[in-house]
Design a protein around this ligand. Structure first.
Ligand code: ISE
Length: 336
């Protein structure tokens, strides 16, 4: 069986997913695309054999030749499209965040539960990155003892002018939130947020960088730096400190150049380069599960809801103030 995928949103990420599905994922075919920018949708469709550009996203969701949908449109539109896919009972892979508000995530959870089976996967691709998987395996094997601290750095080379300050949390730090829960197998109970001096080089009013601290129920403390305008490259790193050792993930090492008394190496330009392998593995897994008629294996809509709940608690916390409790609904049986 070939899984015929419809892609909603053909910006940077949607176009990248279209290429990956068309060239690296056996058993999948990009059948349809939609974008608010019709030219951009047509360009992507023209680059993928057999794909057509739809003028209406709801037609794409309902199309008889679309078996599953990948949502990579702007964050605020995710909820509407995921709900439409659930209504049509089609599996959906939604880029993170599942929805930028807790209320939006709750509506998705409710619709999925009404269907009675898991249909939604959230694109937390780091769960498929071989280094993050290796770190989790080492921890689970007891190699570094019980975890105590997790230090995370998330830097982008530059953000768009006018980037809302909250997007650094709901769009970027949300990855660290998911990684912390998934790695540690523990829930984040408390958050606090800190606002360092705003970089004078950042255009507009964006609060950049930001620094967040989480505490899990098990007592692990997680610190997160998000810096959207680091100015030098895409740099995602973390170090897990255990009772008997540490595991670190650095930026992948490219070739090292030594010249004129200096040593240098390149830093990834963006997340597509750094996490290319993870995106491939994520899409293959998603398609394999659909083909086999099994529930999806990646992050669930419950994981998406929790990530947004933690992000929302960070946004509600007083900068530099006391820690804030993360309120979580009881977990429904479907996500047991
Ligand atoms: C960006 O918005 C993303 O979607 C990527 O997944 C993330 O790695 C990146 O840092 C974000 O800024």
């Amino acid at each position: 069986m070939t899984v015929r995928v419809g892609i909603i949103g053909t910006g940077v990420m949607g176009a990248d997913h279209a290429r990956t599905l068309a060239t690296c994922v056996a058993g999948a075919r990009v059948a349809a695309v939609f974008d608010v920018d019709t030219e951009r949708a047509e360009e992507v469709a023209a680059g993928v054999s057999g794909a057509v550009a739809h003028a209406d996203p709801m037609d794409l969701v309902g199309a008889a030749d679309v078996d599953a949908v990948l949502v990579a449109s702007s964050d605020a539109t995710h909820e509407e499209f995921v709900l439409a896919c659930l209504d049509a009972a089609k599996p959906v892979l939604c880029e993170k965040p599942l929805a930028p508000t807790v209320e939006g995530c709750r509506r998705i959870l409710k619709a999925e539960q009404a269907l009675g089976r898991r249909m939604v996967t959230v694109g937390f691709m780091r769960r498929y990155d071989e280094w993050y998987v290796g770190m989790r395996n080492l921890l689970e094997a007891g190699e570094i003892g019980s975890p105590l601290l997790l230090h995370c750095v998330h830097r982008n080379p530059s953000g768009p002018p006018g980037l809302p300050s909250q997007t650094l949390v709901t769009g970027s730090a949300v990855h660290e939130i998911d990684v912390a829960r998934w790695l540690l197998g523990d829930e984040i109970a408390w958050v606090s947020c800190h606002r360092p001096r705003r970089s004078a080089l950042v255009p507009g009013e964006t609060q950049d960088p930001q620094f967040l601290v989480f505490e899990t129920y098990g007592g692990v403390v997680v610190d997160v730096e998000v810096f959207a305008n680091s100015g030098y490259g895409y740099d995602v790193r973390c170090e897990l400190v255990g009772e008997q050792g540490t595991v670190s993930i650095g930026s992948p090492t490219g070739p090292i150049t030594r010249r004129g008394g200096r040593e240098s190496r390149t830093v990834a330009a963006d997340w597509r380069e750094r996490f290319a392998g993870a995106y491939r593995a994520e899409l293959r897994d998603w398609v394999d599960h659909i083909e086999a008629g099994r529930p999806p294996a990646g992050a669930s809509s419950w994981d998406g809801y929790v990530a947004t709940a933690v992000a929302e608690a960070c946004l509600g916390a007083t900068p530099g103030g006391a820690r804030t409790r993360v309120p979580l609904d009881p977990r429904p049986d479907l996500y047991g």
